[in-house]
Design a protein around this ligand. Sequence first.
Ligand SMILES: Cc1ncc(COP(=O)(O)O)c(C=O)c1O
Length: 490
Amino acid sequence: MASDFGKADVPTLFEESVEGRVGVSLFEEDENTDSLLENVVPQCFRRSLPLGLPELSELQVMRHFIRLSNRTLGVDTTFYPLGSCTMKYNPKVNELTAADERFLYTHPFQPQRTLQGILKICFELCQWLGELTGLRGVSLQPAAGAHGEFTALLIAKAYFRERGESQRTQVLVPDTAHGTNPASAARCGFVPVAIKSKNGKVDLDELQRHIGEKTACLMITNPNTLGLFEDAICEISHRVHEAGGLVYLDGANFNAMVGRVRPSDFGADLMHINLHKTFSVPHGSGGPGAGPICVREELAKYLPVPILSCRDGFYYLEYDRPHSVGRVRSFLGNIPNVVRAYTYIAQLGYEGLCEVSGFAVLHANYLLHLLSSSFDVPYGARCMHEFVIDGSRQKKFGVKALDIAKKLLDYGYHPPTTYFPLIVPEALMVEPTETENKETLESFANAMIEISNIAETHPEEITDAPRTTPVSRLDELSAARNPVVVWPNV
Ligand SMILES: Cc1ncc(COP(=O)(O)O)c(C=O)c1O
């Protein structure tokens, strides 16, 4: 069947609508309908005007959305090396377990004795995350990495408040950090202080200049967003601890070291983990992701309620925690994602997880090696699970990192992350992940090298890319600033 990818004109559901057409029939209307409706939705809550929804058959709706999905690039259709996002393959067995009726149709308000299975899964996942990080206090509640950062910083705040150290108002954030780090710090009422890096890593002298009695936390990403392991991490943590501060590890890159390094061993006191990266939960996945936090035992009393506990083999939710920072999300978090991550870890086991981090690093290094003769490599020839190349060489011919990213769409690849981290001018941040094979890495490298060659001879073929997609260059700024989210006819 011919692909519909190249066509620009998928009509909206409103344009396809035909008056009176229905996709589902709830019940036949008769003289009882009104009293039936009255029981379900009393008159005072009913609309007085029609809803204005499009009217279509089920088949039309299905085709509409399948058509749209065919026009999107995703991990299940193509290589997706979006740096910092770990777009790896999510095994489908995770979906099977997450969709099991025994999990789907439970509710946290059921008697806890009827929830023992799912509570056991949550409890064991907490234990596994505690074991892998060395930080035994775990909450599954936060709904994303950034939400985990926010929650952990609330804990840091509660910790210092209880110690009578409210003068600790600053959070030190290296300039390689993800933008969510300073944002979370500010959101919790701290003042983020940028620490300049040197050769892509934390500059110890610069750090020392900023550490002091106002320091609440250092928020450090390791491996950092340049894909480099902060090898002075023990010394860095030592200096922060000596000054009375806490070390927060942004664990978004945990897939680079899972099974091999325990963050508590290099001084982390608190961290978040993106289940939707390291533990193969799809990004979004029917709602927000999942960003559990792990903290040292002495900080565990501040974790959000409810806490999951086990006594004599009985699992229960504990609400009576006077030191807790409160709730940050309902109950135990995003349960389908917990089940997906649990399935992934249970399938792989400890040795499998070590292979995950081993292959993540091997693949990134192989791809970096393949690209390094055609692109500038600002921070060393070796990397962890991702790397940043610089398109400055191509920019001399008028081709920017953005153009290279757009041209990759014509080759059928999702582009890498661009212009992040900010310290690399024409940054292209590539994370191949552990799930790709050698041929895919080589094909992608060939596409990148070809684009670089074309940049030198026919730059105009790249600056107006993509040419094969339904739409070419969009006005992204206007789309973000003035989104049109309402169908005009409604
Ligand atoms: C290094 C780093 N920290 C934090 C985050 C935030 O995680 P989330 O998108 O789940 O909020 C990301 C997300 O890409 C990240 O790469």
